[in-house]
Design a protein around this ligand. Structure first.
Ligand SMILES: [Zn+2]
Ligand SMILES: [Zn+2]
Ligand SMILES: [Zn+2]
Length: 773
């Protein structure tokens, strides 16, 4: 008789609520192994008994063939004495302390469910809420832990007999799928008007909604993490009306395409983009738009890119299928408000926008926006990490000695709760200046604390005294407070994103961040590791005439830079409307800047982009953050190789701390780029070429600054972070220049380079300082 062994196996990670036990059950029984499997506080425990070869095969397949939603972080196996069991069984869960296990992210409808959805013989044929252990809502419906149906927004739906049988059968693909339901027992669609009344004489809600869209109407659609506003993408009138009613003047709308083939009729989709579009997370992916794509002009005015996503709920599949053409699918909000997710609130706020509401009775517990991504060199690059990714933790190998809450930044806020090796970054909260957003920030922190059982002992926050996230942190009792400089957080976030250690040369280029000297930073070269940083160099500061007003009106920055770079030059020769139409106003702004009246100094790279955008004709006021810079990127001719040169001033100044660095931080004269752009403009160089030379000039100054710091500090790794590096033209140029000089370059992938990544950076900085104490 052959030898029999028994092995105890522990599996940690996201292994509950993702079909892991049925998977183990069929794997073990398929190999003829006896034993047991169950859930406990730490994840899944397994014991298998049988011939050594079968046990080895079991261990191999456990990792290799795990269910798609599982995220295995660790498998440990120990031998134990055989017990003579030939049968395999699923044992009852130990619920005590189940909080340590992880809640999964919402996941796109799987292939098996899609097959049933389109099978007329299936009892869930055409049912918009079909799901299974491998797909469906998770994070957005969980009200508390442990993750179990009564603690989800499915609590009010009692399973019918057939659903209950599937739910309790270990061999069924819906075994313990908490949101399992069917037309007999689950949520149902409704089509209502803004007063919440059913729209009569329209028939079945989904077909009726598709009919309205086909007529060029706007329909609010309740999705996974909130309401969207939908319109036929090829209908100029509908998309323009949507833009006008939403008070969203320029920011591009996302498009929902039925599948990859449909996406390829609208934009260039390479392999990386294709796998991102079809991934379980289904982010909006920004792709180069095809000339002649059948898309209304108002969808993404003046933009060479199109944000495309594929359906991620059965409802999306059915809707886009019924319409047989792509839809604009943009967040259900007015202007910059948070996306609506509560039914009553949606009716109130979206009533003036939508002609009808395609809604249902499964509540959304947590507002979660769509994620947004780009691709860079075969890797995804998340710009907004939200639905589909959250709350999956970012694993931080160095770990967190004590539980940390990081409060994040003011704009594009996320917060982060971290303990042991897990950083749980929140969904995109938004800009905290809005009262409703601030409430989702504070409520979100409480929800995450319960969900992941984290009682923070350390609280990290931005140094900016006026950030609402900072004020929140300062009001907390019985915690150790750690302030983290904004750009240090950016670089630490990039290090953690890459699992890298410092020290590195960190280039943090963004719009605004509070500096240790009280001025506004944003064009920073840092020498940084997790615990600490020093300022190695920066853009030479210029005044921001009018403070916040200079952010909204890029021409003010043009005035400041022009006065700085080309004093005495008559501004009316530039493409700046204000300078021509209202010379008195221009002169007033220049004198404001000169005298330093309400003109804080800034080294911001974002403001340098703004000034050149204004000089090349960006008029008026920006409607969303970074708009002028984004339009400048769109304008630039990617084929142009010329680059403007900015001088670097290495003379010591008052900032120098001789104990650290006798030379002190260098200053890069961004004004040189402005002067060169103006010179080209006045000799009739096309604006596309000027925009490109400016971008190349920024990349060149990044390269020059890093070379200087390599000489001074002997460091060969560069981390690029900050919102300015969302600019792909700049990112490509900067990375290739640095690599050509032999640098190792770290860029973001899993966590945004913009302020959405700040909370992770703050958390890892706080942890590193904890380790030093
Ligand atoms: Zn499924
Ligand atoms: Zn049912
Ligand atoms: Zn920033």
């Amino acid at each position: 008789m052959s030898r029999i062994i028994r092995t105890a196996i522990r599996v940690e990670g996201i292994v509950q609520g993702v079909g892991f036990r049925p998977f183990v059950y069929s794997l073990a029984t398929g190999l003829g192994l006896g034993g047991l499997v169950g859930n406990d506080v730490d994840g899944v425990f397994v014991e298998v008994e049988g011939p050594p070869a079968a046990v080895r095969e079991f261990l191999r397949s456990l990792e290799a063939s795990a269910p798609p939603l599982a995220r295995i972080e660790r498998i440990t196996a120990t031998d134990m004495p055989p017990a003579g069991t030939a049968a395999f069984r699923i044992v009852a869960s130990d619920q005590a302390g189940a909080r340590r296990t992880l809640v999964a992210a919402d996941t796109a409808t799987c292939a098996d469910c899609l097959r049933e959805l389109s099978d007329p013989a299936d009892r869930r044929f055409g049912y918009p809420f079909i799901n299974c252990t491998n797909c469906g809502p998770r994070f957005t419906i969980v009200t508390d832990v442990p993750y179990d149906r009564p603690l989800t927004t499915m609590a009010g739906f009692t399973m019918c007999e057939r659903c209950a049988a599937e739910y309790h059968d270990p061999a069924d693909r819906r075994f313990h799928a908490q949101p399992v339901c069917c037309p007999a027992c689950g949520p149902a669609l409704t089509l209502v008007d803004a007063s919440g009344k059913a729209i009569p004489a329209r028939g079945e809600p989904l077909a009726a909604a598709a009919g309205l869209l086909r007529e060029g109407r706007i329909v609010a659609v309740k999705g996974l993490g909130g309401y969207h506003l939908a319109a036929d993408v090829s209908c100029e009138r509908a998309v323009a009306a949507l833009r006008a009613r939403k008070h969203r003047e320029d920011k591009p709308f996302a498009v929902l395409a039925a599948d990859l083939a449909a996406a390829r009729r609208l934009a260039e989709v390479d392999d990386t983009a294709a796998s991102l579009l079809t991934s379980q997370a289904r982010p909006i992916v920004l792709l180069p738009r095809l000339p002649g794509a059948d898309v209304a002009e108002a969808t993404a005015p003046g933009n060479r890119h199109l944000g495309i996503m594929l359906p991620y709920t059965p409802l999306h599949h059915l809707l886009v299928g019924a319409l047989a053409r792509p839809l604009v699918l943009t967040s259900g909000n007015v202007s910059d408000e948070p996306i609506a997710y509560d039914d009553a609130d949606a009716l109130t706020r979206l009533g003036p926008i939508a002609d009808a509401f395609l809604s249902h009775d499964r509540a959304i517990h947590i507002r979660t926006d769509d994620s947004v991504a780009r691709t860079f060199r075969g890797r995804p690059m998340l710009i907004r990490r939200s639905r589909g990714y959250v709350p999956e933790p970012v694993v931080v190998h160095a770990g967190f000695p004590r539980p940390v809450l990081a409060c994040g930044a003011e704009l594009k806020n996320t917060f982060c709760l971290a303990k042991e090796h897990h950083a749980f970054i929140s969904q995109h909260v938004g800009d905290l200046e809005n009262a409703q957003t601030l409430r989702s920030f504070t409520e979100g922190i409480e929800h995450f604390r319960r969900l992941f059982d984290i009682e923070p002992q350390v609280v990290a926050f931005d140094m900016h005294p006026e950030y609402l996230s900072t004020k929140y942190a300062l009001e907390l009792d019985d915690v150790d407070l750690r302030d983290v400089q904004h750009h240090h957080a950016h670089i630490a976030s990039c290090l953690a994103d890459n699992g890298a250690d410092g020290p590195v040369i960190g280039v943090a280029f963004d719009g605004t961040g509070y500096g240790t000297d009280g001025t506004i930073w944003g064009g920073e070269f840092l020498i940084a590791d997790y615990a600490d940083f020093q300022r190695g160099g920066h853009l030479a500061p210029v005044p921001m005439p009018g403070g916040q007003a200079a952010i909204r009106q890029p021409w003010r920055m043009a005035a400041a830079y022009l006065d700085h770079a080309c004093p005495g030059m008559p501004p009316d020769q530039l493409g700046i409307d204000v300078a021509r139409r209202d010379p008195a106003r221009w002169a007033a702004i220049v004198s404001m800047a000169r005298q330093g009246v309400n003109s804080p100094l800034t080294s911001s790279a974002g403001r340098l982009f703004d000034s050149v955008a204004a000089i090349l004709g960006f008029g008026g006021t920006v409607n969303y953050e970074g708009q002028a810079a984004i339009e400048l990127e769109q304008l630039a001719d990617p084929g142009e190789r010329g680059a403007y040169h900015a001088a670097i001033d290495t003379a010591a100044d008052s900032e120098a701390d001789p104990a650290i660095d006798p030379a002190g931080p260098f200053r890069v004269h961004g004004g040189d780029l402005v002067r060169a752009a103006i010179a080209d403009l006045l000799t009739g160089t096309p604006r596309e070429i000027i925009a490109a030379r400016f971008h190349n000039g920024i990349a060149a100054l990044v390269e020059a600054g890093c070379l200087l710091l390599r000489d001074r500090h002997g460091l060969n790794t560069v981390a690029l972070s900050g919102g300015v590096f969302q600019n792909m033209l700049l990112l490509r140029q900067a990375v290739s220049r640095l690599e050509a000089r032999g640098f190792r370059v770290l860029v973001h992938s899993r966590v945004p380079c913009n302020d959405g990544g700040i909370s992770l950076g703050q958390a890892v900085v706080a942890a590193a300082r904890d380790r030093l104490d």
